[in-house]
Unconditional design. Sequence first.
Length: 241
Amino acid sequence: MSTELIAKTNEILEKVELPDRHSFFQLQKFVIGKEVTGHAQLWQIVRELQSRKETVDCYGKDLKDAEDNLELFDLRIERMDREIHTLAKIETEEPVEIDLDIKEREINIRKLQREKQALVQSAQKVNKKLKYILEEMDFLTRAYDAVVAQLGDIKPLDDEQAQKEMWNEKLLEEFNLRIILQKPLDPELVKTILCLDDDSSVKQHLTEALEARQKNMIAQGKAQQKKLQQPKVKPQARVKV
């Protein structure tokens, strides 16, 4: 293992800390901002907070378990250390056997100390993750307050008006994108839009588009039929000179 490489790596890692979480820009634009209405944003923020709260509770349990396990490591190390002292005082005709017992316990103590250090490092990683999760929660709670300040208190998920507004805007966005990009309307999208109330703007736009397409198809059909009904003109025979 290259000691220079490890030293250089440690130098970089000490200078730069990349949080193991979403960036605040990512949360604002792609987690909250992608929602099309204010209440949809509030509902999404609550979902994100619920998920992170569960993670915080899980990390809290892991840290408490780590504390207890560290104490158990100390007890096991102390017990073996006492056994070594006891064995060292025993006078016997076979000192080699005693020496082997002592050496075995010393090796086990070293192994326990390495396991204890690994557990300490694992707990440190959990503490870092907990720090980053709390940073995200702080950002989300402030975003929640900002939306509430503009919109008012959050409505229940089953509030009919809030749901109508959200689905109208969500489907209207999809509808407009397909029209602008000249993509065919997906049948499932059409069926979903037609399930909305008649006063939904996206349903009205879709109905107008379907009627216009139907009229165009009828006009094309009539033109084709008219063309087929026209008598065919026979080509005149050439006169031989």
